[in-house]
Design a protein around this ligand. Structure first.
Ligand code: NAD
Ligand code: GLY
Length: 383
């Protein structure tokens, strides 16, 4: 691994940008959050490069809108760069594309001192991070996330990977980036539906551990979605700080990191049943899954009903799905439970759920039996 400056934190970002340190010993790095950072990507990236050579991996949508700005910024800082542009969409996170990407990188004669730059949403970040983990037995990579979901979640914490026939994200590696640059301005070109899906992951941090942040989102969520610069920066830095805190305690998900999967056990099952596509985006599945996690918490006597009502109201106000009927197709409880049994949190055949005692107070439990779950899903509208 090439990490010439283990403490990039010594270089403070300019005003109006904030730095969130991810404290992982020799794998520590910074998340820089602010407006118009793409123009500064060269100066921000240069200190973490072993050599001034990078290969950018991006997708066609992001390339058309923003690649020119990134390439210009790298050139200004004297960083040699090449770009590989992939098809957008979840289907790109697969074995075939991984092999093709690795072959294209090797054809460019990358060396261990070459740094990859993942420039895009979670699909590009996960695929490029995994390629970086296995290329030449591991090269460095920088994340420049361009979706809200990627800025608050997937670019931070080092989970990388691809999908397998058996399910999503089942092949991968923990491989931390050496820098994350979250430019809030690039979110201006994001389709509103993608922005909303990312917003569900922002709300997640309030739900699992920060009731004040959830209350702030109730007041300011509309501004975050509408593009208010300060509101966006606050929402993203607060989310990244929350994630940094959890990842620093439990980098490889032996325990507390599983709280970050709040809403995901249900959400992944809805995504699987709706085909992992436009019918239900990942973040939309997380929103619906979070509502159900609160409803189940109420039903099991863990949580006041008023909290579940606030959660449902907030996601509904953000235009996110809150009822099974919002998935657009009938769902069967038995099919959903089959998907839940494949969740990565299953241990000794028992599902692990993330439930809540209230807003800001999530906990892990294995005490939800399948009969209770089936009855709950049926009452929620599943066939
Ligand atoms: P995505 O990467 O597919 O991006 C969504 C769409 O937005 C794509 O069409 C993309 O081309 C487009 N896009 C990206 N940036 C844009 C911009 N600035 N302007 C206009 N269009 C833009 O989806 P995503 O929601 O960012 O990520 C979802 C993926 O992230 C899933 O594969 C999920 O499994 C993964 N994920 C990983 C982690 C992790 O910890 N590694 C966490 C959460 C999600
Ligand atoms: N997105 C969940 C995690 O990073 O652990």
């Amino acid at each position: 691994m090439n990490r010439i400056d283990p403490s990039p934190s010594d270089t403070p970002p300019a005003a109006a940008a904030e730095r969130v340190p991810i404290a992982l010993g020799e794998r520590s790095y910074d998340v820089i959050v602010g407006a118009d950072l793409l123009a500064r990507a060269g100066e921000l990236t240069a200190p973490v490069l072993a050599r001034p050579r990078v290969v950018i991996v991006t997708d066609e949508n992001v390339a058309a809108l923003h690649l020119g700005a990134l390439e210009a910024a790298l050139a200004t800082a004297g960083i040699t760069h090449e770009s590989i542009v992939l098809k957008p969409g979840e289907a790109t996170k697969c074995f075939t594309e991984l092999e093709s990407l690795l072959d294209r990188l090797l054809a460019r004669k990358v060396e261990r001192s070459t740094t990859l730059v993942a420039f895009g949403g979670g699909v590009i970040g996960d695929l490029t991070g995994f390629a970086a983990a296995v290329l030449l037995r591991g090269v460095d990579f920088v994340q420049i996330p361009t979706t809200l979901l990627a800025q608050v979640d997937s670019s931070v914490g080092g989970k990388t990977g691809i999908n397998a026939a058996a399910g999503k994200n089942l092949v991968g590696a923990f491989h931390q980036p050496c820098l994350v640059i979250a430019d809030t301005s690039v979110l201006d070109t994001l389709p509103p539906r993608e922005l909303g899906a990312g917003y569900a992951e922002v709300v997640k941090y309030g739900l699992i551990g920060d009731a004040d942040f959830f209350a702030w989102l109730e007041d300011n969520g509309a501004a975050v979605l509408a593009g208010d610069t300060d509101a966006r920066r606050h929402a993203i830095t607060t989310s990244c700080r929350a994630k940094a805190n959890i990842v620093a305690q439990d980098e490889r998900e032996g325990g507390v990191r599983a709280l970050l999967n709040f809403g995901h056990t249900f959400g992944h099952a809805f995504e699987a049943e709706t085909g992992y596509g436009d019918a239900l985006l990942h973040g939309e599945g997380v929103a619906l899954g979070s509502v159900l996690a609160f409803d189940l918490s109420v039903r099991l006597g863990h949580c006041p009903a008023a909290d579940a009502d606030r959660v449902r109201s907030h996601f509904r106000a953000a235009g996110l799905p809150v009822d099974l009927a919002d998935c657009g197709k009938p769902l069967e409880a038995s099919a959903l439970i089959t998907h839940m049994r494949q969740d990565k949190k299953v241990t000794d055949g028992r599902m692990t759920f993330v439930l809540a005692r209230g807003i800001g107070d999530a906990f892990l439990t294995r005490d939800v039996d399948e009969t209770t779950l089936a009855a709950f899903l049926t009452d929620a509208g599943a066939a």
